[in-house]
Design a protein around this ligand. Structure first.
Ligand code: HEM
Length: 457
């Protein structure tokens, strides 16, 4: 719908203070675990379309399924991260590419992350999960879940992306990734001792390591010691156009790998952490999961790795994951930028303004998800789209920019849960069941739990 010039008016709301706008209000609410409320208060006050100013730019907050659809599909909006994110991820990261350039890089990543390719790696993921549980969980009376899940997903993803085996390089890169996203939503002022400055430094070091891995992989491919299916970097280096020329430059490969690592690292680890948190207090769901996984294990030999077909049988576990993602979406929301004047619901969104979509606005809407605060896996029983309007469950986004790592996330979550629920039982150490966002959600104290290893004599 093209706006008639001068017909539409700006959405209600205020742009707040120069530069800072409402950034500190939102960030404060995120840290206090009241961000959903903060957004809802705005919706109650101004309606589903309102203006504000976030992270240095005038912004329109859009909420509801129709608004999500508009954000995900409108040609008038381009993906663009706040300046703070761009500075950490690099100007050419996939989250900031648009048009043909985005299509090319996304196509290349999708080539590696498609189910046909990922099915080859289930065994490698299985090995990483078992080793991790043996080394970091088994034999301990208590563990802190969040840092362990972060390390696990980092190890899985770096093994698949770079074939980066255990050792000093992997440890150093993991340490940088631990802090890469600290302060990623920030007023982008690079001052000493800030989380933002730490993130910038960690990102620069990580890029240098990845650039080194790209050089090594290139040499290995030339010597015939690696093939297209060895890992993501080998796959990207092997993509050629009709004339046989390489499709992606080294820099594009570094940025693409960095983007995939960032996209996959914090998100899946958060999902698994919050599943552990939920299962501690929901014995019925845990029992149903155990039954599903026992059934699968019954048909396998001792120590035999999971395969692709086993994952297809983990339907209930995936529903538990989806319901966890609905209640605690790792990605709170994200930004777009209007590349031309556009209009939504009668309101003008001027060229250059940010647009902000927020997952909780639909995930917690009682008109879409009945009793939204209740954990109920049956919501996802018959394909969620049957009961909810399109673009209501948006934990993975939607449209042409929908999460390209969704299948990867599914595999690593299912494999991890398989071994976790069959081997361990746990209790939460903190009675207070809260979490903060910065901007990714993190449970109180990283979720310490008391652990019982059922396999130990
Ligand atoms: C539970 C786990 C995950 C969640 C909740 C999640 C969530 C999301 C969301 C919401 C978006 C879209 C953002 C937007 O449209 O504004 C996205 C995009 C993306 N995700 Fe994921 N993600 C997860 C796992 C992964 C994994 C494992 C990978 C990589 C292996 C990955 C890589 C990416 C990439 C590269 C994009 C950008 C796609 C594009 O712009 O075309 N994600 N993710």
């Amino acid at each position: 719908r093209k706006p008639r010039p001068g017909a539409a008016k700006l959405p209600p709301g205020s742009l707040g203070l120069p530069v800072i706008g409402q950034s500190l209000g939102l960030l404060g609410a995120m840290r206090a675990n009241t961000a959903e409320r903060w957004i809802q208060d705005r919706v109650d006050r101004y309606g589903s379309v309102s203006k504000l100013s976030l992270f240095g730019a005038p912004t329109v907050l859009l909420t509801g399924p129709a608004a999500n659809k508009f954000v995900f599909f409108s040609g008038a909006l381009a993906m663009q991260q706040p300046r703070s994110v761009r500075r950490i991820m690099g100007e050419k990261n996939i989250l900031d590419l648009t048009g043909a350039e985005h299509k090319r890089i996304r196509g290349a990543l999708a080539e590696f992350l498609k189910p046909d390719m990922l099915r080859l790696y289930v065994g490698r993921i299985d090995g990483e999960v078992r080793r991790h549980l043996d080394e970091s969980w088994a034999g301990r009376g208590a563990v802190t879940v969040m840092p362990l899940m972060k390390r696990l997903t980092f190890d899985i993803i770096s093994s698949l992306l770079f074939r980066l085996e255990r050792g000093a390089v992997r440890d150093a890169l993991a340490a940088d990734f631990m802090h890469l996203f600290d302060g990623v939503w920030a007023v982008p002022v690079d001052l000493p001792f800030t989380a933002f400055r730490r993130s910038l430094k960690a990102s620069a070091r990580a890029r240098r390591v990845i650039a080194g891995i790209v050089r090594e992989t290139k040499a290995k491919l030339e010597r015939g010691e690696a093939s297209r299916s060895s890992d993501l970097i080998a796959c990207l280096l092997s993509l050629t156009d009709d004339s046989g020329a390489r499709q992606l430059s080294d820099e594009e490969i570094v940025d693409g790998s960095m983007g995939t690592l960032i996209g996959g690292y914090d998100t899946s680890s958060i999902l698994m952490t919050f599943m552990v948190r939920h299962l501690a207090n929901d014995p019925d769901t845990l029992a149903a999961m155990v039954q599903e996984h026992d059934e699968i294990a019954k048909n396998k030999g001792d120590g035999e790795a999971l395969v692709w077909d086993d994952l297809a049988k983990m339907k209930f576990t995936w529903r538990v994951a989806l319901e966890t993602l609905r209640l605690v979406p790792p990605v709170f929301g994200n930004f777009r930028r209007a590349i031309q004047d556009t209009e939504f619901d009668g309101y003008l969104i001027p060229k250059g303004w940010q647009v902000f979509w927020v997952a909780s606005a639909t995930h917690m809407d009682a008109a879409i998800f009945h009793e939204p605060a209740k954990f109920d896996t049956s919501r996802f029983k018959d394909r969620q789209s049957a009961t909810a309007p399109p673009c209501s469950f948006v934990a993975f986004g939607g449209g042409p920019r929908i999460c390209v790592g969704m299948e990867f996330a599914r595999i690593e979550t299912l494999v991890t849960m398989h071994y976790l629920v069959r081997r361990f039982r746990w209790k939460l150490c903190c009675d207070e069941d809260t979490f903060a966002r910065d901007p990714m959600p993190s449970p109180l104290h990283g979720l310490p739990i008391e652990l019982e290893d059922m396999s130990s004599p």
